[in-house]
Design a protein around this ligand. Structure first.
Ligand code: FAD
Length: 408
């Protein structure tokens, strides 16, 4: 069987799935392929992370019909407090400085996938094939043909790779990527605590890397909850992950202090190796990269998915506009517009994030002094602080329609 579509997307994660929903909603025909079984992706063990959804990303999720199902699972971030180890200097972002909107929301990745899969099932021009393995694909001047392991074929005007950080499609397209390992592992878990978090996200810089406590919605079983992203040296992480329950909770408590009262780990522990990667180009004729397939960043600023969804908003707008004008959506000219819109912006944010991690993940006294004075200065300089807050909220720059909350 051969299916003919406008766009074939390989990788039905949070980025590829959202792109598929946005394009199908605007009337393009889409085939979305993922190798993982959706039921498996919704299991607790698959992904223990939460994600900090920036204010602009929240608008995109509303515009693509994904937010309604997320409302009960989204905890508003009202305050962000940044501290450096034992230093008394700090940086404090209070959402009221910019108005009534929260700075963002903390949502479990599992809740986003649940909302996404429900949405994908309700779109007429979209076919979601998962689990399905891609056997091969061939790009020709007039289109791309994908052959799945079950023998079915998909003909598309454009192939989008949303297959994550270790993108096989990026490699197959011969696109090089600048990449390095941080020698750090993110240990992730959910922590139940005695006192309410009051919407405060806390990031504390420790010599091994940032330690983040992110406010989650209350839960009928565990009560008050926060998500922990604990960056540890790669060599030490396995020993920390293997600690007995009481010792693990003690290590958590030791790192962020008594402000949430008694704490205990609720559920499992997960670990993620941390690396940097940025593809040298996002497009080739009939081919585009989005999300982690194009760029992978340190979670220090909680921006990886946010910029992946910015790619989605820009690419969807470029493709929908081109289709309405009767242009070839896989042509180099159309895809270049997407690349111009996104790659430089991402390069800047990737650079800033990389520098922040290098500046803060150490215990060198001169660097500590510089960064602590820098944080205190930003905290006191209103305009500069508000500039950083708007950046973190994703409301700065040439925003595509979806990020302004408008329909395509
Ligand atoms: C500890 C940690 C905390 C984070 N916190 C934040 C945060 O607070 N805010 C934020 O914005 N970002 C955060 N991020 C980053 C965010 O998680 C990623 O940017 C995001 O998950 C990338 O989504 P994606 O869909 O591009 O890739 P993935 O989630 O990797 O999805 C790729 C999909 O492609 C499929 N796939 C792969 N290969 C194939 C193939 N050959 N054929 C078919 N399907 C395939 C996979 O099954 C998967 O479904 C964090 C990351 C980490 C590690």
């Amino acid at each position: 069987m051969t299916e003919r579509v406008d766009v074939a997307i390989v990788g039905g994660g949070m980025v590829g799935g959202t792109l598929a929903a946005a394009l199908a909603e605007a009337g393009l025909s889409v085939a979305l392929v993922d190798r993982a079984d959706p039921a498996e992706q919704l299991e607790q063990a698959y992904d223990g992370r939460t994600v900090a959804i920036a204010h602009a990303t929240h608008r995109l999720l509303q515009a693509t019909g994904l937010w309604t199902r997320l409302v009960p699972h989204a905890e508003p971030i009202l305050d962000i407090r940044v501290t450096d180890g034992p230093s008394l200097l700090f940086l404090h972002y209070d959402h009221r400085e910019l108005g009534e909107d929260p700075l963002g929301y903390i949502v479990e990745n599992r809740a986003i996938r649940r909302s996404l899969f429900a949405r994908l099932g309700g779109l007429e021009t979209l076919r979601f094939r998962a689990p399905a393995a891609l056997a091969r694909h061939i790009a020709m001047p007039a289109g791309v043909t994908l052959t799945l392991a079950d023998g079915n074929e998909i003909d598309a005007a454009l192939l989008v790779a949303a297959d994550g950080s270790d993108s096989a499609l990026r490699r197959a397209a011969g696109i090089a990527s600048a990449q390095w390992d941080y020698g750090q592992t993110a240990i992730v878990c959910t922590m139940a605590h005695e006192k309410p978090h009051r919407g405060i996200a806390h990031e504390r810089f420790l010599p091994a890397g940032p330690f983040a406590v992110l406010p989650m919605t209350d839960d009928p079983v565990h009560g008050h909850r926060s998500s922990i992203v604990w960056t540890e040296k790669k060599a030490l992480a396995p020993a920390m992950l293997a600690l007995p329950e009481a010792d693990f909770s003690f290590e958590l408590h030791r790192r962020f202090g008594p402000w949430l009262g008694e704490v205990r780990v609720a559920g499992g522990r997960w670990s993620y190796p941390l690396r940097f990667a940025h593809a040298e180009t996002y497009v080739k004729p009939r081919f585009a990269l989005v999300g982690d397939a194009a760029h992978t960043m340190h979670p220090i600023a909680g921006q990886g998915l946010n910029i992946g969804l910015r790619d989605v908003a820009a690419l969807a707008e470029v493709l929908v506009d081109a289709k309405r004008l009767g242009l070839d959506i896989g042509s180099a000219a159309v895809l270049e517009r997407y690349q111009r819109w996104r790659r430089f912006d991402n390069q800047v944010l990737l650079g800033v994030t990389d520098t922040l991690n290098r500046l803060f993940s150490n215990d060198l006294a001169p660097l500590r002094l510089v960064r602590d004075l820098g944080m205190a200065a930003v905290n006191r300089l209103g305009p500069l602080k508000h500039f950083f807050m708007r950046h973190a909220m994703g409301t700065v720059g040439d925003l595509p329609r979806l990020l302004r909350g408008e329909a395509l």
